[in-house]
Ligand binder design. Structure first.
Ligand SMILES: Cc1cc2nc3c(=O)[nH]c(=O)nc-3n(C[C@H](O)[C@H](O)[C@H](O)COP(=O)(O)O)c2cc1C
Length: 299
């Protein structure tokens, strides 16, 4: 089988790069050609981040303002499959993803081509995913499946550990007490298995049940209380983004946003978690099911 596959992504820390590599291994082993493009930015965001630089990108994430990327070219004019790596930043598609998606040669190959989206994140990707789905729809891509891996630890724990990772540049155990941040090594290893599953669908060129199968195999992280929380937070982030983008003294407003975020996380989030446990899970399981189905409904 010699199918042509394009795997394109941006990865600041290398986590998404590793996920894409492992996902594509089965395609390569089966004799397909896999063209990998790791997109670079003209002006890289700092890694490790400072707290100031980290929060300063929130308005552009929410408002979809792109940044300049290093130009790239693609070897083929048509692919059998495009593996599109993306990550959420502030509950929106990341600025680098949003930027490279606008590349004209990528837009050209996306049209009428099967696309599998792959994301690795902390734990809130659904808001951003709704926007990714729309962007792919506008590109007339055939969005056939998705994979979303996340940090499985408690929301509050992963909040501390991701900051340790992003502000110190090391994906290791904070103070040797906290767990490792980001997508767990075992989950990254297991993505190879999802690649094997996708390969069978590629061979048949019939993608109908792939997302369903990936979800059953735990390849799509969906937790209702987190979805509920990020939907509310997403609407608020957008309001903050609009306000901050119009202010002259952005530093002050970004600091206020940071405090808002901390309060939301420590007060609002635990309340939602308890409501989910006591009310939603036992009494609204049908509603939760429908919500999840709508998220997994692609093009
Ligand atoms: C500025 C910024 C904002 C982020 N916001 C989110 C978010 O809203 N939800 C989430 O689950 N993860 C978030 N993350 C984590 C990323 O999605 C991603 O998993 C992590 O940065 C790994 O980097 P890589 O994909 O570039 O390798 C954020 C990371 C950064 C740098």
């Amino acid at each position: 089988m010699n199918k042509k596959i394009l795997a394109i992504y941006y990865s600041q820390t290398g986590q998404l790069a590793e996920m894409i590599d492992r996902f594509c291994e089965p395609f390569l082993q089966a004799g397909n050609s896999v063209e990998k493009v790791r997109v670079e930015l003209k002006n890289n965001y700092p890694f490790p981040w400072t707290a100031k630089s980290f929060f300063s990108v929130m308005p552009d994430c929410q408002l979809g303002v792109p940044t300049e990327i290093v130009p790239f070219s693609l070897q083929e004019e048509k692919y059998d499959l495009i593996v599109l790596g993306w990550q959420p930043w502030f509950l929106s598609p990341s600025i680098p993803f949003n930027s490279f998606l606008q590349n004209p040669s990528l837009q050209k190959v996306l049209k009428n081509t099967s696309v599998i989206t792959v994301t690795g994140c902390r734990n809130m990707w659904v808001n951003a995913f709704e926007r990714v789905k729309k962007l792919l729809k506008n590109s007339e891509a055939n969005h056939v499946a998705t994979i979303a891996l996340a940090d499985r630890h408690l929301n509050l724990i992963s909040f501390f550990t991701i900051f340790h990772w992003l502000l110190h540049g090391k994906k290791d155990k904070y103070l040797n007490i906290f767990p490792k941040p980001g997508v767990a090594d075992e989950d990254i290893e297991r993505i190879n298995f999802f690649g094997e599953i996708a390969l069978q669908y590629l061979q048949k060129n019939d993608w109908k049940t792939l997302t369903e199968e990936l979800y059953k195999e735990d390849g799509i992280f969906l937790k209702f209380h987190l979805i509920f929380m990020e939907r509310k937070a997403g609407a608020m982030f957008r309001v903050w983004a609009r306000i901050i983008s119009k202010r002259k003294n952005k530093t002050l407003w970004l600091r206020l946003f940071k405090y808002y975020l901390i309060i939301a996380l420590f007060i609002f989030a635990p309340i939602v978690y308890v409501i989910d446990l006591l009310i939603f899970k036992p009494f609204f399981s049908k509603y939760i099911q429908l919500q999840k189905q709508s998220i997994l409904k692609l093009s």
